[in-house]
Design a protein. Structure first.
Length: 411
C-alpha cells in the first residue's frame, strides 16, 4: 500500500512539473483598455475604444483571431471590424485594436465591459473570452424643464403671480437626488451702485426650492410666489434659473437656463368730450375729444377713428387721426368739425387702435353720447360779452342824449 502511495505522489509531482514547463513555454495574452473617446462614454452615443493586446508569455503567439461580441450595452458599429487577426505577437510585445462602438441609450451609468473572444494556433480548438471595462456616464443634463406656468400669466406692477416649474427626470434606471432650483433675482451691486436689478422678488419664501429625489421618468413641481415692484416698468424680463442635482453614481450636475416673466397691466383708456361749440342754434361746429390713459402702462402708436353715424355728418377731411404715444396718467386731444343731424343727443362712435407696452395690437370701441345744448358754454361767454357791450352803448347813449338835451335847454 505504501509503495502505491509513493508511486502516485511521484507521478503527481512529475505531472505538475510538466504543466509548469508547458505554461512557461506558452504565449499568454492579456487584454486591457488603452483609451476611449469620449471619456466617459455617453448613453445613446458612439464611443471609440482602443484595446491593447499584450503577450506576457514566454513564446510568440501566432495566428491570433479576435472577435468582437455584441453584449449589452455595447454594439459594434461596423461589421468590417467584427474579426481582427494578428499574424505574430512576440513575447512581451503588444498590439492595439480600435473599435467604434454604439452605447445603448438605456445603458446604466458606471463601468460596463465589451466582450472579445479569441483563439490562436498555439491552442487549436480553444476559444477564450476577454472583457475590457469601459466607463459610461452621461455628461448631458437629464433633468428637463417640461413646463413653465405663471398664473396670472403676467405680473401687474405691485401684484403677485405664482410660478410653477415642472422638472422631469429623463434618465432611465436612475434617480436624481438633492435637486435644487434657484431663481436669479438678486440685484447685481458694485460698491454702492446697483448695476442690474430685476423688479421681481419672491413672496412668502426664498428664491430657492429643493426636493430629495426625483425617480426615473417622474416629474416634480417647484412653486414660487413672485411680487412685482409697484413702480416696475412693463416688459419681458429674463430670469436666470439655476438647477443642481446628483445622480445615483454620485456625480454632480448643474445647469443654467433662462425663463421669461412678463410684467404688464391691462390698458385703461377713456374717451371724453373735452369741448364743443355745437348747440341747437349752431348745428355745425367743432367737437374736441380727450383720450385719457388711466392705466399704469403706456400705450403706443395710437390712432383714433370717428366712425360713421346717422346722428352727424363729418366736415373734417379725415376720420382717422394719428395720436402716437400716451403715457400713463396723461391725455391727448383731437378735433373734428361736424354737422349735427340730431338736435337732442348725438352719437359719436369712436375706435382706438394702438399697441400696449408689450407691442400687442389692441382695438377698443367707444360710443360717446353728446347732448346738444341750448347754449354752449363758449357761446354763453360770448353772449355775456355782447350784453355788456350793449349795456355800455346804452348807457353811453343815454348820457349823450341827456347832455345834448341839457345843452339845448341852456341855449
Amino acid at each position: 500500500m505504501k509503495k502505491i502511495i509513493v508511486a502516485m505522489s511521484i507521478m503527481l509531482v512529475l505531472l505538475l512539473a510538466a504543466t509548469s514547463v508547458s505554461a512557461q513555454n506558452s504565449p499568454v495574452l492579456r487584454y486591457s483598455l488603452s483609451t476611449q473617446e469620449p471619456m466617459p462614454a455617453e448613453p445613446g452615443r458612439p464611443v471609440d475604444v482602443w484595446v491593447t493586446v499584450q503577450n506576457i508569455g514566454d513564446r510568440d503567439a501566432r495566428d491570433i483571431e479576435i472577435k468582437f461580441v455584441d453584449s449589452f450595452p455595447f454594439r459594434l458599429v461596423s461589421e468590417q471590424d467584427r474579426v481582427k487577426t494578428i499574424s505574430v505577437l512576440g513575447t512581451q510585445r503588444d498590439y492595439a485594436l480600435r473599435y467604434r462602438v454604439m452605447v445603448a441609450s438605456d445603458a446604466p451609468e458606471g463601468t460596463s465591459s465589451i466582450q472579445l473572444t479569441y483563439k490562436m494556433a498555439d491552442a487549436p480548438g480553444v476559444e477564450a473570452t476577454a472583457r475590457v471595462p469601459v466607463l459610461v456616464q452621461t455628461s448631458r443634463a437629464v433633468l428637463h424643464v417640461s413646463n413653465i406656468v405663471l398664473e396670472p400669466e403676467q405680473l401687474v406692477p405691485g401684484g403677485t403671480s405664482e410660478l410653477v416649474l415642472s422638472l422631469k427626470n429623463l434618465a432611465s434606471g436612475e434617480s436624481l437626488r438633492d435637486v435644487t432650483v434657484a431663481l436669479g433675482l438678486n440685484p447685481i451691486i458694485a460698491g454702492n451702485t446697483v448695476l442690474a436689478d430685476i423688479p421681481i422678488v419672491p413672496a412668502g419664501s426664498t428664491n430657492q426650492k429643493s426636493v430629495n429625489r426625483i425617480a426615473p421618468g417622474q416629474t416634480s413641481e417647484f412653486r414660487f410666489n413672485l411680487d412685482a415692484y409697484p413702480d416696475a416698468d412693463a416688459g419681458i424680463y429674463k430670469v436666470p434659473m439655476y438647477i443642481a442635482y446628483t445622480n445615483d453614481a454620485g456625480r454632480f450636475f448643474n445647469q443654467t437656463t433662462i425663463i421669461g416673466v412678463k410684467i404688464n397691466d391691462e390698458p385703461d383708456l377713456a374717451v371724453l368730450v373735452d369741448n364743443t361749440d355745437l348747440h341747437v342754434d349752431r348745428m355745425t361746429g367743432e367737437i374736441v375729444f380727450s383720450i385719457v390713459n388711466k392705466g399704469l402702462a403706456d400705450v403706443k402708436l395710437l390712432t383714433i377713428t370717428l366712425e360713421e353715424s346717422d346722428d352727424y355728418e363729418l366736415i373734417s377731411a379725415s376720420r382717422s387721426v394719428y395720436i402716437g404715444n400716451i403715457f400713463s396718467d396723461d391725455y391727448q386731444t383731437v378735433r373734428y368739425r361736424v354737422k349735427a343731424l340730431n338736435s337732442d343727443t348725438v352719437l359719436f362712435p369712436i375706435t382706438l387702435e394702438y399697441r400696449d407696452a408689450l407691442n400687442n395690437q389692441r382695438i377698443e370701441t367707444f360710443n360717446i353720447q353728446h347732448e346738444v345744448c341750448d347754449v354752449c358754454e363758449n357761446d354763453g361767454a360770448g353772449a355775456g360779452v355782447v350784453i355788456v357791450v350793449v349795456l355800455v352803448l346804452l348807457i353811453a347813449g343815454i348820457w349823450y342824449y341827456r347832455k345834448r338835451k341839457k345843452r339845448r335847454s341852456e341855449e
